[in-house]
Design a protein around this ligand. Structure first.
Ligand code: NAI
Ligand code: MG
Length: 491
């Protein structure tokens, strides 16, 4: 049994400054901010805080790196791919240190950190393979015309990422942007800047020219907003809350109409049909919500279960949830570490109270684990109704809400009755039924007999207010190039 008391290893924190032009900089305004270990609530270190003036510096470096005669622009596409492959290799080389750093800063179980880093290296390599395959079309024109398209990099891309998958969100953002030949200003979340800063040193070691990737730690309202509102940033990509996604789109519109891609939250349904293998369904539903301490945009947070198997599903799910190992994320046996910070911790416990008040039945959990850090016991509510707050809002914490259904037509309507549309799942042995769900569920990804089966080669993103644009796969490139039409008159 893992202990709740975390004994973090003594890690040498090597990089705490702002990374611009392949150099480390102090903040222009001389400010720093504390980075907290969520397992203990204690400070790990101070990091230089980028503000608008530092964003301006990064933009200047990035614009220079994107100059048409720059070393980066003159690289052969395949050579760009080689730099990316080198970066992926360095991620794998340093996985020991990097996984500990990620766990120290984010609190995720160290085995999960390793999984994230391998997946990140794979993502960078996947996109490295695209560099020399980003092709346009030839288009039929008049007899004296030659028409073709070129897919050209957009330019300086701002990338604002969240704290739940710090390294992986960086990889998802850098991969397609670099493959297309863009330059980048990446703002990690203020809660988790450490792994992105370490990765910046690997970018330099891999041999990327100065200014191609810049990493600016800072907060949302000042630093993130300066990116979204900047007149000389050509595109902004964001992963995070719907609330901030809307602000970013607004800031982009009010400044220079920069391109925007958004990957936002969800309240994703997982539907367990009466013919499902119950043990399998219970394990999928458990993983769907509790993975990564449930700090997951695709979390299967509305578990719809057919009335005929409802009681058995609840009993087995409660048993599994009670056995989930919550504790020191550095212990390799641990399955679930702490929530990211005090405000998320309090917000989640507030949702637990609202579930109880609204009349859902608390089957297990619902409370803090341990006495320090931000650990919450895996929580299950049964008897959840569609209009309860816990069934409508993104909790981003280890709370499974189980809803009952008995009509398939009805449950599709209920599953779709939300402003979100990121993921959805269905567990059934009847593939016709599974395909009917796949056709009718309003979500960017639908998993049949699985959940959250995300892979680098398949697109990922949201319907409705879960965002627009796609990440990963070939579709993920579309967010990072402009299409230029060239018409040549054959005179
Ligand atoms: P957030 O959306 O405020 O933060 C995400 C990123 O946006 C961070 O880098 C932050 O610094 C930046 N940001 C914040 N305000 C900004 C602004 N005005 N302009 C530009 N950038 C800004 O998310 P937060 O507050 O950390 O978490 C709140 C809720 O958001 C969570 O409970 C969860 O529901 C949702 N969330 C969803 C994520 C996802 O993967 N879709 C990831 C993180 C949070
Ligand atoms: Mg916020």
């Amino acid at each position: 049994m893992s202990s709740i008391d975390s004994k973090p290893p003594k890690l040498d924190i090597k990089y705490t400054q702002i990374f611009i032009n392949n150099e480390w900089h102090k903040a222009v305004k001389g400010k720093t901010f504390p980075v907290i270990n969520p397992s203990t609530g204690e400070e790990i270190c101070q990091v230089e805080e980028a503000t608008r003036a530092d964003v301006d510096k990064a933009v200047e470096a990035a614009r220079k790196a994107f100059d048409v005669e720059s070393p980066w622009r003159k690289l052969e596409p395949a050579a760009r791919g080689n730099l990316m492959r080198k970066f992926a290799q360095l991620l794998r080389r340093d996985i020991g240190y990097l996984s500990q750093l990620e766990t120290l800063n984010n609190g995720k179980a160290v085995e999960d950190s390793k999984g994230d880093i391998y997946a990140s290296a794979d993502c960078i390599e996947y996109y490295a393979g695209w560099t020399d395959k980003i092709v346009g079309e030839t288009i039929p024109g008049a007899h004296d015309q030659m028409i073709f398209t070129r897919h050209e990099p957009i330019g300086v891309c701002g990338q604002i990422i969240p704290w739940n998958y710090p390294i992986m969100m960086m990889a998802w953002k850098l991969g397609p942007a670099l493959a297309c030949g863009n330059v980048i200003i990446l703002k990690p979340a203020e809660q988790t800047p450490l792994s992105a800063l370490y990765c910046a040193s690997l970018i330099k070691e891999a041999g990327f020219p100065p200014g191609v990737v810049n990493v600016i730690p800072g907060d949302g309202p000042e630093c993130g907003n300066a990116v979204a509102a900047h007149e000389h940033i050509d595109k902004v990509a964001f992963t995070g809350s719907v609330e901030i996604g809307k602000k970013i789109q607004e800031a982009a519109a009010k400044s220079n109409l920069k391109r925007v891609s958004l990957e936002l939250g969800g309240k994703s349904p997982l539907i367990i049909c009466e013919d499902a293998d119950i043990d399998y369904a219970v394990s999928v539903a458990h993983r769907a919500i509790f993975t990564n301490a449930a700090q997951n945009c695709t979390a299967g947070s509305r578990t719809f279960v057919h009335a005929k198997i409802y009681d058995e599903f609840i009993a087995k799910s409660v048993e599994l949830a009670k056995n989930r190992v919550v504790g020191d994320p550095f212990d390799p046996m641990t399955e679930q570490g702490p929530q990211i910070n005090e405000s998320q911790f309090k917000k989640i416990l507030g949702y637990v109270e609202s579930g109880k008040k609204d009349g859902a039945k608390l089957e297990c959990g619902g409370e803090r684990a341990g006495s320090k850090g931000y650990f919450i016991r895996p929580t299950i509510f049964s008897g959840v109704k569609d209009d309860m707050q816990i069934a409508r809002e993104e909790i981003f914490g280890p709370v499974m809400s189980v809803l009952k259904f008995d009509s398939y037509d009805d449950v599709i309507k209920r599953a779709n009755g939300t402003n979100f549309g990121l993921g959805a799942g269905v567990i059934t042995k009847d593939l016709t039924r599974g395909m009917t769900f796949a056709q009718r569920l309003q979500a960017g990804s639908v998993w049949v007999n699985d959940y959250d089966a995300v892979c680098n080669q398949a697109p990922f993103g949201g319907f409705k207010q879960s965002g627009h644009g796609r990440e990963l796969g070939k579709y993920g490139l579309e967010a990072y190039y402009e299409v230029k039409t060239v018409v040549v008159k054959l005179v």
